[in-house]
Write a protein that binds this ligand. Structure first.
Ligand SMILES: [Zn+2]
Length: 387
């Protein structure tokens, strides 16, 4: 017969006693003052507990603040993203079309892009606002604020829409309309290049005038004026010396000036022709102003297309204002010194030595000073945009 464990467990009786004793002990303990002391937290414990509670409160508060801040940040980021998307959607798109395998931009979009109003004329369009651009279909001659310019390609009319060649938008209009879009090249050192010299007399003028001498005379005056303003000036020649075009380009390469200014006088078989023109290097893929055939020829000077053009525009504008001479415009040419320049460069044809009146003016010290002051002003205007 199997044994019943309860009958034979030796501790059965004492377990019963314990069952009775345990509540009794609890009862006594609850009554005893010593037990009270044990179960009450001490002052230090209470302080600790209070500190813990405050700490938890602070942590909760910090968590709440962080969550609030993160939510605000996320909302701001979302709003900014929305704004960017809205601005992108609202920004005028420049639509283009291909004509003769060249990319042309819709003139109406160009006007909207630069926040100018557009007025159609019988022969072209006028873009108006903080600048005034007059352009004509099938003609490269145009003007910005009354200063003659020459587009590299003639604007075209297709159906009811006028189009401008993309290069003319990027490398002619944009540098003049948007000075802050110019690449920033600081101007501290300027190289002045008086055209011709020595055995190369340049264009002959009336009554024994020689271009090389007028160029040098104006260049030396320009050197003085620029030095007074704190510019460092380097001359390709400071005397009546023969200097090849390559030697001039080499000097530019060697001294690495910030600007290169070549000074010339013009000449024409037709003696009535007069006026001032300022040249910038022709952009690659475009024809020069005196040419109609585009060329892909490029030189180091092309790296500064935008700056070349704005510098030429500023100088031409100041020259016309100071001298009241005939405006022959801001033009493009691949002159050797422009093509091989290692910095923004222009070539200025200060007037026609072959024209009796202008030739005589160019030989006068006061007129030369007017020309020089205008070039200085043009450089300062350009420098202000390039800081
Ligand atoms: Zn010359």
């Amino acid at each position: 017969m199997p044994r019943r464990i309860d009958q034979h467990t030796p501790f059965r009786g004492s377990a019963r006693i314990r069952l009775f004793l345990f509540p009794a002990l609890l009862f006594f303990c609850a009554l005893s003052p010593a037990a009270e002391k044990t179960y009450q937290p001490t002052q230090a414990q209470r302080r600790l507990a209070e500190q813990q509670r405050l700490q938890n409160q602070r942590i909760a508060e910090i968590r709440r603040q962080n969550a609030e801040r993160n939510a605000a940040k996320a909302a701001a980021a979302q709003a900014a993203e929305k704004q960017v998307k809205a601005a992108a959607a609202a920004a005028p798109k420049l639509r283009y079309t291909w004509i003769n395998s060249q990319r042309y931009v819709l003139i109406r979009d160009i006007a909207r892009f630069y926040k100018l109003s557009m007025i159609r004329t019988k022969t072209g369009a006028v873009l108006r606002g903080y600048r005034k651009i007059d352009l004509f279909y099938n003609k490269r001659a145009a003007s910005i604020d009354g200063i003659a310019i020459c587009f590299t390609f003639a604007p075209l009319l297709r159906g009811a829409n006028g189009y401008l060649h993309e290069k003319d938008l990027l490398l002619v209009l944009d540098p003049v309309l948007r000075g802050n879009g110019l690449p920033k090249y600081p101007v501290r050192t300027i190289m002045i290049d008086p055209g011709h010299g020595g055995t190369d007399k340049g264009a002959p003028g009336r009554s024994g005038l020689l271009e090389k001498n007028l160029n040098l005379s104006m260049a030396l005056k320009l050197r003085t004026a620029l030095r007074k303003l704190g510019f460092q000036v380097i001359m390709t020649r400071a005397a009546d010396l023969t200097l090849s075009l390559q030697a001039r380009a080499d000097l530019c390469e060697k001294f690495r000036p910030d600007l290169f200014i070549s000074i010339h006088c013009n000449a024409a078989a037709q003696k009535t022709i007069n006026g001032i023109e300022t040249f910038a290097m022709t952009p690659a893929g475009c024809p020069s102003s005196s040419d109609s055939k585009p060329s892909n020829a490029r030189g180091s000077g092309n790296a500064f297309d935008k700056n070349n053009y704005r510098l030429a525009y500023e100088i031409q504008k100041c020259l016309l204002r100071n001298t009241k001479a005939e405006d022959r415009g801001v033009k493009h040419a691949r002159f050797f010194v422009l093509r091989n320049a290692s910095c923004p460069a222009v070539l200025i044809e200060t007037g026609f030595i072959s024209n009796q009146r202008e030739g005589a003016l160019l030989n006068r010290a006061d007129y030369q000073t007017k020309v020089v002051n205008a070039i200085v002003r043009g450089i300062l205007n350009y420098r202000a945009l390039c800081r």
